[in-house]
Design a protein around this ligand. Structure first.
Ligand code: FYN
Ligand code: ADP
Ligand code: MG
Length: 569
């Protein structure tokens, strides 16, 4: 007869690790500490990959990007209180961008926390997380782990993707249960990302509208890239002959040098078009909320493909909503459009003229010579563009103001999901996390173009890049400041201006301190050579690109969003 001590037990770590594995999770990003250090060791011991960061926000950014690139949730693990809050910033960013990720965090004991008795790292994390994520759940008992992890994964990847917070309560983490009962609870969820087919009547309505268009336009957003329906989207564009305009992260879904790409004629096609097929993009601030000057002050006839029903009519009336997953909607639409004549040649011709004029205007500025150490955005990025054209599978990470705007305009993309940037919020601080997430899941080199300000938010992760020997090349566009590096203090005293950094900083020395390759590039040729060497060698590299402190403009291309003083006192 067996007594209680002979019953084989498993612990919460085992249940969590097995549940993550059952859901196809291979990588976890985060920072160890009380109470999850041993959990992380166990994860590694049982074959999981762990990427340890220097700041939790960057780990969460990596998880979000991994989710975007793979369609499976990236997982971030943090310690309680500030560690959790740091991770929450990345989870909120993933939610805003519509990327699947899971934030797991250890939490102080509920008994003390709920009575506010002052436990170590006490915080009501579940409620803090709620407004910023798609869903927040707490696991209170070890036997709930398999269902909770499956629920988190399904919530993250189905419908519009987003981040899910899973609170690992102290009580739960200390639990054990009989192994036989535990094994009976572990399972692999069936079809976590089900197809969502569009209504045939909605497909017909959309097809009829498109067939009647004189100046149709296809607007591709990062939802279209996320959907991994690349071949069908390309076929729809090419079969209809309709010009397409990619949002920044949809660049490369079809190559930027495709004859139907209207990117370089943006301010012509948006006001001029009559019917717009929106595929996985939102009519948010990046698109002038669907109205106003950007659109020639006319209400366009919009066909909008989106998985989230309430995205429709969010800003302006949508003439033909097409609610469903992009792959299913595009397939249905292609079928309904069979035999449709190609888009009007005069419309295409007018666009081609503008595209060529924009490119011709830009081209000479990319070759301008500047004195050593005084590069500008155009000639430095012109050199980079030519190198990256040779390596289309490299992922480009990009943040900043002028560094962002100029790179988006100058550097062409040729493959889907190879550009990651400031995203829906238009924020700084995605950089090194995005680089690491992309390098881990693609296994290919990553090149980041970072404003010197933008880099500062995640710069310490160069140590992480070196520690894991990841093929990442970071270019810091160093003009010595936010927007520009030559502003003086408006008050006239000696302190720096609010936008200035230490002049002549050598960011390349940072990575050398950890054993990576540092390069101080003074000319476009030096920059190009260093990037190419980094891509080929796959060695973690940081290039300090020496820019003229006067290079750049305040707030980049979105200066209209800034507030100027109305009245001087
Ligand atoms: C584009 N363009 C080109 C090319 N591609 N010209 C020549 N050759 C090529 N290949 C032209 C394009 O037609 C535009 O000119 C201009 O370059 C800029 O193109 P873009 O970037 O597509 O257009 P625009 O107007 O800047 O787009 C609006 C936006 C974008 C809001 C979508 O600015 C954006 O994504 N911004 C994010 C900003 C952000 O997050 N900043 C971080 C915070 S900064 P015209 O047609 O003449 O207009 C904190 O201060
Ligand atoms: P961008 O910033 O490039 O304009 P957004 O992130 O604003 O793109 O919009 C992406 C849209 O795509 C979101 O509204 C989201 O609901 C939608 N979406 C994401 N994945 C899918 C999918 N598989 N099927 C349909 N819609 C999707
Ligand atoms: Mg700068």
């Amino acid at each position: 007869m067996s007594n209680e001590t002979e019953v084989e037990l498993v612990d919460a770590f085992y249940m969590l690790i097995e549940s993550l594995k059952n859901n196809g999770i291979e990588n976890v990003y985060g920072i160890p500490g009380i109470p999850v250090t041993a959990l992380i060791r166990s994860w590694q011991a049982e074959g999981g990959k762990w990427y340890g960061f220097r700041h939790e926000t960057n780990a969460a950014m990596a998880a979000g990007v991994a989710g975007y690139l793979t369609g499976k949730p990236g997982v971030c693990l943090t310690t309680p209180a500030p560690g959790f809050l740091n991770g929450l910033a990345g989870a909120a960013n993933a939610t805003t961008n519509g990327w699947p990720m899971i934030l797991l965090s250890g939490a102080a004991g509920r008994r003390n926390t709920d009575l506010q008795q002052g436990a170590f790292e006490e915080m009501d994390q579940l409620n803090a997380a709620r407004p910023h994520v798609k869903a927040a759940y707490r696991i209170n008992h070890i036997s709930d782990i398999p269902i909770a992890v499956a629920r988190a994964v399904r919530t993250a990847v189905s419908g519009r993707p987003g981040a899910v917070y899973l609170d690992l309560s102290h009580e739960m983490l200390t639990g054990t249960m009989p192994a036989a009962a535990a094994e009976a609870l572990l399972f692999t969820p069936v079809d976590p990302t089900p197809k969502q087919l569009p209504d045939p009547a909605a497909v017909k309505r959309a097809a009829d509208l498109l067939k009647g268009a004189k100046k149709p336009l296809i607007l591709l957003g990062k939802g279209a890239a996320y959907a991994q329906a690349d071949a069908d989207i390309k076929a729809l564009v090419e079969d209809t002959g309709i010009p397409f305009l990619p949002m920044s992260m949809a660049k490369g879904l079809l190559p930027d040098n495709h004859p139907q790409c209207a990117g370089p004629a943006r301010s012509y096609v948006l006001p001029e078009c009559d019917v717009v097929l929106i595929v996985g993009a939102r009519l948010n601030w990046l698109l002038g909320n669907g109205k106003g000057n950007t659109w020639g002050n006319q209400l366009k006839k919009f066909i909008q493909i989106d998985i989230l029903p309430q995205e429709i009519d969010s800003n302006v009336p949508i003439a033909a909503p097409l609610v469903g997953d992009i792959a299913s909607c595009i397939a249905a639409l292609r079928e309904a459009l069979k035999g449709m004549p190609k888009a009007d040649a005069a419309w295409m011709g007018g666009i081609a003229e503008r595209v060529n004029a924009s490119k011709e205007k830009l081209a000479p500025t990319l070759k301008v010579e500047t004195p050593p150490g005084m590069m500008n955005y155009r000639n430095s990025l012109g050199a980079l563009r030519d190198v990256l054209a040779k390596y289309p599978s490299v992922t480009l990470v990009n943040e900043g103001a002028n560094a962002l705007d100029n790179t988006r305009m100058i550097v062409d993309q040729y493959q889907p999901r190879k550009r990651i940037d400031s995203g829906t919020w238009g924020i700084m601080g995605i950089g090194m996390g995005a680089c690491i997430g992309a390098a881990v899941v693609t296994g290919e080199p990553v090149v980041a173009v970072e404003g010197d300000s933008a880099f500062g938010f995640s710069g310490m992760e160069v140590e992480t890049m070196v520690r894991y020997n990841l093929p990442i090349c970071v270019i810091v566009m160093n003009n010595g400041g936010i927007y520009k590096g030559n502003e003086t203090n408006a008050g006239g005293y000696d302190d720096p201006s609010p936008t200035s950094f230490a002049p002549g900083s050598r960011y390349d020395k940072m990575i050398e301190a950890f054993g990576g390759v540092g390069v101080n590039a003074q000319t476009p040729a030096e920059l190009a050579a260093a990037v190419e060497e980094a891509i080929k060698s796959r060695k973690p590299t940081l290039i300090n690109a020496c820019l003229d402190p006067d290079a750049g403009v305040e707030s980049g291309r979105i200066a209209g969003l800034n507030i100027e003083r109305k009245k001087k006192k």
